[in-house]
Design a protein. Structure first.
Ligand code: BGC
Length: 855
C-alpha cells in the first residue's frame, strides 16, 4: 500500500465575531485534511499549543474536538497548529499556526457604567459620548470591551474601532447582553487619546407592536478599554462620571423601523479626537444597570456586498425611481453635493405598485432616511443604526435627479461563511434557489427574523424552525443559531417551559405555546447536531428541549391530542383568505399533535445520545402514546384523513406518524391524488411546505413531487420567480397576478419560510444529505426528476468539500460525487435497490439499470 501525503487544509477554533476571537475558556477545534489519495482515514492528530505542549487524539475525530489543554484565561493569546496521521501511517506537515485570543473578561472585571444623557429632550435620543485619556510609553496592547442598551459605534482618535454594524445586536437584554472585544492597539498613540461613541436606541428603544418601547426609553452605552503595558501594568479607561455626553449630534433621530434623520450641519468634526473642546457637553447620567455582558459567540454584522443601480425608472407621477435589481437588506449610500440645508429623502420599497413605490406592506415602518446637507463639497450619506428591506428607492429633495452612479445599495447581514451551493439545468429553479439564499441573507441579522422590512423583523420561532435545515446548508450558521437558541432557553426559563412565539420576546402577547413555533426548541438543536456534528448544542439545549416537550404534552387533552388552545396551524396556506391567515384548511389539532410527536421523537433521540436514559424512555412513551392517539383520531384505516389536505398527509408521512407500510402507501397515494386534483399546485403553508416534496418522493411519488417543484402556475414555488421575484415571498401570492400587492395586512416579499423546500433540493434533487451528524458519513441519493437535465449540490462540510451531482447522457444518468477525506458515503443510485459504501475521493457511476460503475 502506498502511503498518502495528507495536508491540513483548514484548522479553526470555535470563534465569535472574528477569526480567532474566542468567547469561551474551552473552545472546540476542527480541522480538515486534503489528500490526493482516495479512501483516506485519519488515525490520529496532534495539536500543538505555543510550540510548547502537544495533545494527541488517537481517533478519526476532527470536528468540534474538545479543548485538550488547560482552560484559556481572560486576555490570553496563543498560537496552535495541528498535524494529522492517516491510518496508512502517512503524516502531514504542521498546519499554519492559528491565533487564539480570549475575548472574554475575568469575573468581576467589568466595571464600565452604563452612561447616557442626563437631560434627554426626546424619546430614544441618539447621543455622543467621549473621554480623553493618556496612554503612557510602552503600550503593548489595547483591547476595547463595549456594549449598549441600544446600538453603538465606538471610535478612537477619529476612527471607528471596527467594521461591525448595529452592535451589540438584539438579545433579551436583561438576561443576556453581549459585549464586543476589539483589539485597538493600532489606533492608540502614546500621549493624548480619545475614546468616543455614537449611540442610538436600536432595538432597545424600539416600540415593536407596543405603543411604548419594550426595554427602555433612552439608550445607554458602556465601554471599557484595557491598556496593557510592556512592564505588565494595566490601565483601565471605563465609562464613568468622568465622561461627557451630548444630545446635539447630527444623528437627530434613529429608529429601526422609522429610519434616521442626519443633519450634517450639526456635525462637529473632531468630536472624537484629542483637542476638541467639549465644555458645552453634559455630565453623564448613570442609566439602568446592565446585566454583566458576555463575549459575543456569534458572527458580527457587516456590510457584505454593494450593488449599483441596475435601472433608472420613472414613476407614474413622473418621479425618478432607482431599481437595484435585487430585493435586499441594508441601506442606500449616496454621494451628494448641494446647498447647505437641502433635505434629501430616501424612501425604500420591495416592489412597485401602479408604477409607484409599494409602501403599504411596510405598515408602521416608514423606513425613511433624511439627510440635511452641510453644503461643504461632496457629502456621503448612509444610515448607521437601522436597516431597510428594499429593491427600489426614491430619492427626493435635490434640485435635479440624482446621478445613479452616486447611489449604491449596501447589503448587510451576519457575516457567516457561505458553505452550500445548488445548480441545475433549470434557470427558474436556480433562480428560486438564489432567492432562498437572498431570503436568508436578508433575515440573518443578529437573529433569525421573519422579515426585514415591515414593523416586525422579529425572531419568530416558527419561521426558523422550518428554515433551519436549509440555512445550515447554505451558510455555517452553527454559531449564529446556537447563540439564538441560548436566548430562546433564557426566555423559556421564565415561562415554565413554554417557548414564546418570538425570541427575544418583543410583544406583550408573545407568551403563547404554539405548535410548530415553540418546536424550534427541539428542531433547531437537532438540525445543528445533524448538519454540523455539534453534540454540544444538544447538551446545552437539552433542558430547553425537554421542558418544551413537557410543556406541550401538558397541553394535550386526555385523549392524547393537542387539540385545544391557540394555534397558527398551517399558517398562510394558499386557501386561507388574504385577510385571515388563521383560516388554514388543515385541522389545527392535527398540526399540533403531529408536532408534539415530532418533539417527543427528537427529545427521545437527544436524551438517548446524551445518556439521559430515564428521559429517553419517558419521551419515547409520550411519542408512542401521541402517535397512537393521532392514528386513532385522524386517520381512517382506508387512509382517509380528517383533513383531506396536502399538509395533513405530508405530516403523517414525513413525521413518520404512520409506520405501517401498507397504510403509508395508501396515504402517499391519496396525497398524490390531492396534488394531482389541484393541478399539481401547492396547497401548503408554513408547516406543510418544507415536507411535502419529501413525503411524496420518499413514498413512491417522486414524479408528483417533481411536478409540484417545477410548476410555474400559481400557487407554486416557481410562480413568483416567473413574476420576477428575487427573494422568497411571505405568501404564495404576495403579489397578485395583475401586479397588485396582496390586500392582506401581512404581505412581505422577503420571508424565508416557504423557501424551506431548498433543503429537499439539496438532499434529494441533487442528492447530498448527511447520513451521520456533521456529514461524517454522507448519503448520496440523487433523484433525477423529469424536467431537469442535471443538478448538483456542493457543500463545504465540517470535514471538507463534498459534492454530488447527476446529468443525463442519453438514456443514462451519470452520477458524480466527491467525498471529503476522513468520511465515507452510502450510495443509493437511481434505478438500483441496494445501496453500497464508498470512501473519500472522486467517484462517478453510470446508471441506467443495470448500473455500471466506472471507478
Ligand atoms: C410573521 C410570521 C410569523 C407569524 C406568526 C407574522 O406576522 O411575519 O412570519 O411566524 O406572524 O404567525
Amino acid at each position: 500500500m502506498t502511503v498518502a501525503s495528507p495536508r491540513v487544509a483548514s484548522f479553526v477554533v470555535e470563534s465569535g465575531p472574528s477569526v480567532g476571537a474566542v468567547a469561551v475558556a474551552q473552545p472546540r477545534l476542527s480541522w480538515t485534511t486534503a489528500v490526493a489519495t482516495d479512501n483516506w482515514v485519519q488515525a490520529g492528530a496532534e495539536i500543538e499549543l505555543d510550540g510548547q505542549q502537544t495533545a494527541r487524539i488517537d481517533a478519526a475525530h476532527s470536528v468540534l474536538q474538545p479543548w485538550p489543554f488547560a482552560p484559556l484565561v481572560p486576555h490570553a493569546r496563543h498560537t496552535a497548529r495541528v498535524r494529522v496521521t492517516g491510518v496508512d501511517g502517512g503524516v502531514s506537515a504542521w498546519s499554519e499556526p492559528i491565533e487564539i485570543r480570549s475575548s472574554f473578561m475575568a469575573d468581576g472585571e467589568w466595571v464600565a457604567e452604563p452612561i447616557g444623557l442626563a437631560f434627554p429632550e426626546k424619546d430614544a435620543q441618539p447621543f455622543r459620548a467621549r473621554r480623553a485619556f493618556e496612554v503612557r510609553e510602552g503600550l503593548a496592547r489595547g483591547v476595547l470591551f463595549a456594549t449598549a442598551h441600544g446600538a453603538y459605534e465606538a471610535r478612537i482618535n477619529g476612527a471607528a474601532v471596527d467594521d461591525q454594524i448595529l452592535k451589540p445586536g438584539w438579545t433579551p437584554y436583561r438576561q443576556r447582553l453581549i459585549h464586543e472585544t476589539t483589539d485597538v492597539t493600532s489606533l492608540l498613540d502614546a500621549g493624548s487619546n480619545v475614546l468616543a461613541a455614537d449611540v442610538a436606541g436600536g432595538w432597545y428603544t424600539q416600540g415593536f407592536f407596543l405603543p411604548h418601547p419594550r426595554y427602555g426609553a433612552q439608550p445607554a452605552v458602556a465601554l471599557q478599554l484595557r491598556l496593557e503595558y510592556t512592564d505588565g501594568s494595566i490601565d483601565t479607561i471605563a465609562s464613568d462620571a468622568s465622561w461627557k455626553v451630548t444630545g446635539d449630534s447630527p444623528l437627530v433621530r434613529s429608529s429601526i423601523y422609522v429610519g434616521e434623520h442626519w443633519d450634517a450641519r450639526l456635525d462637529t468634526p473632531g468630536w472624537d479626537r484629542p483637542g476638541f473642546d467639549d465644555a458645552a457637553w453634559q455630565a453623564v447620567r448613570f442609566m439602568e444597570p446592565m446585566t454583566t455582558p458576555s463575549a459575543r459567540t456569534s458572527p458580527a454584522v457587516r456590510a457584505i456586498e454593494e450593488l449599483p443601480v441596475d435601472k433608472v425608472l420613472t414613476s407614474a407621477s413622473g418621479a425618478q425611481l432607482l431599481d437595484f435589481g435585487q430585493n435586499l437588506v441594508g441601506w442606500v449610500r449616496l454621494r451628494l453635493r448641494g446647498a447647505a440645508g437641502t433635505i434629501v429623502t430616501v424612501r425604500h420599497a420591495e416592489v412597485l405598485e401602479d408604477g409607484e413605490l409599494g409602501l403599504r406592506p411596510l405598515r408602521g415602518a416608514t423606513s425613511t432616511e433624511t439627510y440635511v446637507l452641510a453644503g461643504d463639497g461632496v457629502e456621503i450619506s448612509q444610515p448607521k443604526f437601522t436597516f431597510h428591506g428594499f429593491r427600489f428607492a426614491q430619492i427626493t429633495g435635490l434640485d435635479s435627479a440624482i446621478d445613479p452612479a452616486d447611489v449604491t445599495a449596501v447589503v448587510i447581514h451576519s457575516d457567516m461563511r457561505r458553505t452550500g451551493w445548488f445548480e441545475s439545468s433549470h434557470p427558474l429553479l436556480d433562480r428560486l434557489h438564489e432567492n432562498v439564499v437572498w431570503g436568508m441573507r436578508g433575515n440573518f441579522l443578529y437573529l433569525p427574523t421573519d422579515c426585514p422590512q415591515r414593523d416586525e423583523r422579529m425572531g419568530w420561532t416558527g419561521d426558523i424552525q422550518v428554515f433551519a435545515p436549509t440555512a445550515s446548508f447554505l451558510y455555517d450558521s452553527n454559531g449564529f443559531l446556537s447563540s439564538w437558541l441560548h436566548d430562546l432557553a433564557l426566555e423559556q426559563t421564565e415561562l415554565d417551559g413554554m417557548v414564546p412565539i418570538m425570541v427575544p420576546i418583543a410583544a406583550g402577547d408573545a407568551k403563547r405555546g404554539v405548535a410548530a413555533w415553540g418546536d424550534a426548541a427541539t428542531v433547531v438543536p437537532t438540525v445543528l447536531h445533524d448538519r454540523f456534528g455539534d453534540t454540544g448544542v444538544l447538551r446545552t439545549q437539552f433542558a430547553s428541549m425537554r421542558d418544551w416537550t413537557d410543556f406541550a404534552a401538558n397541553l394535550a387533552s386526555d385523549n392524547g391530542l393537542w387539540d385545544t388552545g391557540f394555534q397558527y396551524g398551517d399558517w398562510l396556506d394558499p386557501n386561507a383568505p388574504p385577510e385571515d391567515p388563521y383560516l388554514a384548511i388543515t385541522d389545527k389539532g392535527m398540526v399540533a399533535t403531529a408536532y408534539l410527536i415530532r418533539s417527543a421523537d427528537l427529545t427521545t433521540q437527544a436524551a438517548a445520545l446524551l445518556g439521559e436514559s430515564t428521559d429517553a424512555q419517558r419521551f419515547a412513551a409520550l411519542a408512542e402514546r401521541t402517535r397512537n392517539a393521532f392514528l386513532a383520531a385522524y386517520i381512517a384505516p382506508s387512509g382517509a384523513m380528517l383533513s383531506e389536505t396536502q399538509t395533513a398527509y405530508a405530516l403523517a408521512l414525513a413525521f413518520d406518524i404512520a409506520r405501517d407500510d401498507a397504510l403509508r402507501a395508501r396515504l402517499a397515494q391519496r396525497l398524490a391524488d390531492i396534488v394531482a386534483a389541484n393541478d399539481y399546485r401547492i396547497g401548503t403553508g408554513f408547516v406543510g411546505t418544507p415536507i411535502i416534496a419529501e413525503a411524496l418522493a420518499n413514498n413512491g411519488h417522486l414524479d408528483v413531487a417533481a411536478r409540484l417543484l417545477l410548476q410555474t402556475a400559481g400557487p407554486s414555488w416557481l410562480h413568483p420567480v416567473t413574476m420576477g421575484a428575487t427573494t422568497i415571498w411571505e405568501r404564495w401570492d404576495s403579489m397578485l397576478d395583475d401586479g397588485t400587492i396582496n390586500p392582506g395586512e401581512m404581505t412581505s416579499f422577503n420571508h424565508y419560510a416557504l423557501g424551506a423546500v431548498a433543503d429537499w433540493m439539496h438532499r434529494s434533487v441533487a442528492g447530498l444529505a448527511p447520513a451521520r451528524p456533521g456529514y461524517e458519513r454522507v448519503l448520496i441519493e440523487p433523484r433525477p426528476i423529469a424536467g431537469l437535465d442535471h443538478a448538483r449540490a456542493r457543500l463545504d462540510s465540517p470535514y471538507g468539500p463534498v459534492s454530488v451531482g447527476w446529468r443525463r447522457d442519453g438514456e443514462r444518468i451519470v452520477v458524480e460525487a466527491t467525498i471529503a477525506p476522513n468520511t465515507r458515503a452510502e450510495v443509493r443510485l437511481p434505478g438500483r435497490t441496494e445501496s453500497f459504501d464508498v470512501g473519500s475521493g472522486n467517484h462517478a457511476w453510470i446508471c441506467a439499470p443495470p448500473v455500471e460503475t466506472t471507478n
